[in-house]
Design a protein around this ligand. Structure first.
Ligand SMILES: [Zn+2]
Length: 128
């Protein structure tokens, strides 16, 4: 996959995510740019039948340096160890970071993006 196709696939996913969550694109972009190797680490990539169907990540807290949250995302839902998700049940920024990473990994490994519309749980959940 060319870098142009990769950028286009990422761009479309970010827009789709913004629409699905009803959140400004600028907020999604802030999270996108915060996903750096120093602040986010992939722990496990879940593959099934040649597709990337989810992943597990550690994402550093935006407000508390050195505090890491553990996130998993997949077709049926997402979980994060932060308060916003465990206590308030919200789609936190860590889950958004993991979704963005999942899409990038899928594009790089298989050339296929993650279909935001297939993630029904995204729309049902609240947003921080
Ligand atoms: Zn979280």
């Amino acid at each position: 996959m060319s870098s142009e196709a990769l950028e286009e696939g990422a761009r479309r996913f970010l827009i789709g995510l913004s629409e699905a969550l009803g959140v400004r694109l600028s907020k999604i972009l802030d999270i996108y740019f915060s996903v750096t190797p120093r602040r986010a680490r992939i722990l496990e990539i879940v593959e099934e039948g040649g597709r990337v169907v989810g992943l597990r990540m550690a994402v550093e807290s935006g407000s508390r340096r050195g505090v890491w949250h553990y996130v998993s995302v997949g077709p049926y839902g997402a979980k994060c160890t932060c308060e916003a998700n465990t206590i308030r049940g919200l789609i936190c920024s860590h889950i958004v970071a993991a979704l963005i990473t999942w899409n990038m990994v899928s594009l790089i490994k298989t050339g296929e993006p993650v279909d935001v519309k297939s993630l029904g749980w995204l729309r049902r959940a609240g947003q921080k």
